[in-house]
Design a protein around this ligand. Sequence first.
Ligand SMILES: C[S@@+](CC[C@H](N)C(=O)[O-])C[C@H]1O[C@@H](n2cnc3c(N)ncnc32)[C@H](O)[C@@H]1O
Length: 324
Amino acid sequence: MTTHQLQTIIDLIRYGASRFNAAGLTFGHSYDNALDEATQLTLHALHLPHDLSPVYGQARVTEAEKEDVLGLFIRRIEERVPAAYLTGEAWFAGLSFKSDARALVPRSPIAELIESGFSPWLGGREVRRALDLCTGSGCIAIAMAHYNPDWHVDGVDLSDDALALAAENETRLHVRNTRFLRSDLFDGIQGEHYDLIVSNPPYVTDDETDALPREYEFEPEMGLRAGEDGLDLVLCILRDAPLHLTDDGLLVCEVGEAERALTDLLPELPLLWVEFKVGQMGVFVVERHDLVTHNGRITALAAARAPASAANGDGDGAAPGGLF
Ligand SMILES: C[S@@+](CC[C@H](N)C(=O)[O-])C[C@H]1O[C@@H](n2cnc3c(N)ncnc32)[C@H](O)[C@@H]1O
C-alpha cells in the first residue's frame, strides 16, 4: 500500500473504507458498511472513544499510529477477520461487550426490543424471571439484566466457550442479576419457569451455512447451522417453551431468513412479527397459550426430523402427539 499521503484520522477512515469496498468485504456483523467499520478499527487502534467528536477528524496521527491502523485494515482485508474480533469489542443495546471467536459477534435486532422495554409486547405483564436461551456472549441476558435490575435473568448455552465469554461480560458490565448455565436448550433447566423467554438460536440452513462469506468462518458453526430449513432448534423451542413459561408468559424468538419456512410449516400458529426501525427482521413474539394450543402439530413436526437439537447432537426424545 502506498499510504504516505495519509495524515489525519479522517484520511485513514476514508482510505480504509475505500480499500474495504474495493476488496469486496462482507459487513454482516456489528456494522453494515465499510465507513463504519473503518471508523471502528481506526478509533480502536488510536485508543480513542468510539463516539469521538467529528472535530478530531482533522487531527494528524504519528507514523507509529498509522502503522497500527493500517495493520488492522490489512488483517481485515487479507484474513477477513470480523472487525469486532480484531478490536475484541462489540456494542449491543448501548453496552460494550467483549467479543471473540468463542461466540458469535452480538448483532441481534432484539437489542432494539430490550432498549424499548419490549414495548408494546409485554402489555403490562410483570416480569420477575427472564431467560435468554442460546445466550452466546451473554449479550441478550446481560442487556436485559442491565436495563431491568429487578429482573432475575438466566442465560443458557450448550457451549462452554460461549459461557466463559458470557461470564467475562457479566463481570465487565457489573450486572448482578444474571446466572449462566450450561444447557442443551431446556434440558438443563427442568422445572424452571419464566415470564419472558428470549432466544436468538441458530437458524441458518445447511446450504446457507456452507455458502457463507469467509468472515463467518471465524464464528462457531454451532451458533449458525440449524438443519435443512434452519428450523431444527426453533421447532424444539416452540415445542418445549410452554413447559418453562408462566401462564401468560411470552416467547420472543429470532429466526431471520427462516421466517418463510416457519410460516409455511405452521401457518395456523399466531406468530406476531416485530416491526423494527428498519423493518421486519425475522423476530416473532408468541404467547404461551397459543403454543399450547398448537403443541400437537409442533411436536409432530419436531419429531419428523432428526432428533431434537439435531444440529448439535443429543435429542430430548419428546413423544409425538403433544405435551399438553
Ligand atoms: C445465533 S447464536 C446467538 C448468541 C447470542 N444470543 C447473540 O444474540 O449474539 C446461537 C447460540 O446458540 C448456542 N447453541 C447452539 N445449540 C444449542 C443448544 N442445543 N442448546 C443451547 N445453546 C445452543 C450456540 O452455542 C450459540 O452461542
